[in-house]
Design a protein around this ligand. Structure first.
Ligand SMILES: [Cu+2]
Length: 287
């Protein structure tokens, strides 16, 4: 069972942040379909674009996405979304930490220190996008020169990556007090009593945070390259979990339940109970 901690809770225990960093470093050094770049590209850069936004599949699709990425962090992911024994037992229990952007600490300081620390060796501050592509890497999220040139020439994608070779992801955070408020999330979004109303409002809040971080996070094709993406989406997933377990939470409409969340071998129904997926959310501490 993986326990997903709040980032600022994990920051109170250096060994927990060290395990998370170790897991990210290993994923970022693997350039095949178990590696970081592969997952980052899956979100909105590889063709076809897989991610589900502005649809009723937004929450289940991203839950499946995080589930397989978490297996990758735990070094349990085999080729083509299979599950294997961990290659590194030291990270076998690592859970994706969630970033509570509604918390007082976030509204005072913005990004968590462990993600904001600009040290080049900090795998949570950003990623260097690999561009030395060989034909065998073409579908692994490693960028071709053509793709790099296209991103740099696109007005919509300007400001997402550095001008250096190889490029790194950029951020441009807004003032911390502009993050979504606790009131908006807990007194409004979580008070919805229909699935449609809930995911629509939650996706709007989610969009606010992507725009707040700015840089790579502000556009769908590049957002998942920023390591904070996964912690932002873990917070979204946690809010869905909290709503599911509240008196107001309801399942998605039944016609959706057998929909397969491509490219993942998982249906909407498979995502509904996180205990079945082998993870849980820690009670909030140190936020
Ligand atoms: Cu997102």
């Amino acid at each position: 069972m993986a326990v997903r901690l709040s980032i600022r809770g994990a920051e109170q225990n250096p060994s927990q942040i060290a395990s998370i960093r170790r897991a990210y470093e290993q994923a970022q050094s693997l350039f095949d379909d178990r590696g970081y770049d592969f997952f980052a590209a899956l979100h909105g850069l590889s063709a076809p674009f897989w991610c589900e936004h502005n649809t009723a599949l937004f929450l289940p699709w991203h839950r499946a996405f995080l589930y397989y990425f978490e297996l990758a962090l735990q070094t349990r992911l085999g080729p083509r979304f299979t599950v294997t024994a961990p290659r590194d037992p030291a990270v076998a229990g690592v859970g994706l930490p969630w970033w509570d952007w509604t918390s007082p600490a976030s509204h005072a300081n913005g990004l968590p220190d462990s993600y904001a620390d600009p040290a080049p060796a900090n795998p949570l501050a950003g990623v260097t996008i690999q561009t030395a592509v060989s034909p065998s890497q073409a579908l692994t999220g490693v960028w071709s020169q053509w793709l790099l040139d296209m991103v740099r020439a696109s007005p919509q994608l300007s400001g997402t990556i550095t001008a250096t070779d190889p490029p790194r992801t950029l951020r441009d955070p807004d003032p911390p007090n502009q993050l979504p408020t606790h009131t908006r999330v807990f007194q409004d979004v979580l008070q919805e009593n229909t699935y449609e109303g809930f995911w629509n409002k939650l996706e709007d809040v989610h969009d606010t945070v992507h725009g707040w971080v700015g840089g790579a996070m502000a556009t769908v094709p590049t957002s998942a390259y920023d390591p904070i993406f996964w912690s932002h989406h873990a917070m979204i997933d946690r809010l869905w979990y909290l709503w599911q377990n509240s008196p107001l939470g309801v399942d998605p409409p039944s016609p959706l339940l057998n929909v397969v969340l491509a490219p993942f071998p998982m249906t909407v129904a498979d995502t509904l109970d996180i205990a079945d997926l082998g993870y849980e959310y820690a009670v909030q501490v140190g936020v």
